[in-house]
Design a protein around this ligand. Structure first.
Ligand code: BDR
Ligand code: CA
Length: 313
């Protein structure tokens, strides 16, 4: 099988960083066409910086990183420094990136790539707010039909919300963009909090990253050390949920995950529940299914995959 062509759309974020590293560690299965950055966990200048730092950490300064939208479609930007730290990538002491950003806007890169590559051969992997993807679909209405699949981290049903009582961060930051994506007609797989809260970096899993002894293994362990304090305090959990790497892992090993093909709508109106993913998990409406909403992951398999792949970098 030829490697699957993907674009990672991201707002690094420690967990975004690990998702990127997993992709870069898997060249036989994943052909990373480029990385597009978006404002989310921290403002765009920092997510664009962090994405390049991660590429350089992996020894891949050749990866094209395009800066994208610096704010959501309609609302002011909400960031998550309280989770990810001031830089978005607090934890390891990584050097400032030397590689430049690629010329051009991320949205144009997404559009051009989808038009240039044969239809149905490019998968989009959004790990942050969906502003870039929605903007591409609005600007170039022909490209959604050319997408192979969208595998995104966002939303929740059983876990409901993490940034508000009702909403998960990525969807909450730009619900209008999420709504456009959900109505795009693309083949969509959603990795919600229901899954990522089962993928916890326990002490022994983080020790395994650190024990790799490589700059990548040590940096990932340090990122997790930083990132986990928030979730441990909030949920009393055994470690940080590894949200975004579940997207890359799903591309590599869909057999590790299970879910349901259901209808998912985004709340854009109510100030109380804005950004809620209204997922018809129990099939109580006659609304048509528009996404595969994952519900479970085989966590030991996920961490075995991750550790084995990070060891390659
Ligand atoms: C999502 O929000 C961000 O903080 C993480 O990077 C992840 O993409 C989890 O809600
Ligand atoms: Ca993210």
């Amino acid at each position: 099988m030829p490697a699957r062509k993907i674009i990672i759309d991201t707002d690094p974020g420690q967990d975004d960083a690990v998702a990127i590293l997993l992709a870069l560690a898997s060249p036989e299965e994943i052909d990373l066409l480029g990385i597009t950055t978006v404002a989310g966990n921290v403002p765009l200048a920092l997510t664009s910086r962090n994405a390049r730092m991660v590429c350089e950490l992996a020894g891949r300064p050749d990866v094209a990183v395009y800066a994208g939208c610096d704010r959501p479609l309609r609302h002011r930007l909400v960031t998550a420094e309280h989770v990810h730290g001031k830089t978005g990538l607090d934890g390891p002491d990584l050097p400032e990136p030397q590689m430049p950003l690629a010329d051009g806007h991320a949205v144009d890169f997404i559009i051009d790539t989808l038009r240039r590559q044969p239809a149905g051969t490019v998968t989009l992997c959004p790990l942050g707010p969906l502003t870039n993807i929605a903007t591409a679909f609005e600007k170039a209405p022909d490209v959604a039909a050319r997408v192979q699949e969208i595998v995104l981290m966002g939303g929740a049903y059983f876990e409901v919300g993490n940034i508000t009582p009702a909403a998960e961060f990525n969807i909450y930051v730009d619900p209008e963009a999420a709504d456009i994506v959900m109505k795009s007609g693309c083949d969509i797989t959603i990795v919600p909090l229901d899954v990522t809260h089962k993928a916890l970096v326990t002490q022994s899993r983080n020790d395994a990253f650190r024990a790799l002894g490589s700059p990548v293994g040590i940096a990932v362990a340090q990122m997790t050390d930083f990132f986990e304090r928030f979730d441990k305090e909030k949920y009393g959990s055994a470690g940080a949920p590894l949200h975004d790497p579940c997207v890359t892992a799903f591309v590599l090993r869909p057999d590790l995950f299970s879910g349901r093909h259901i209808n998912v709508e985004i709340e854009t109106g109510s100030p109380l529940t804005r950004g809620m993913t209204v997922a018809d998990w129990w099939g109580v409406t006659d609304r048509s299914p528009n996404a595969t909403f994952l519900g479970d992951v085989e966590a030991d398999g996920l961490f075995a995959l991750l550790t084995e792949r990070l060891a390659r970098l």
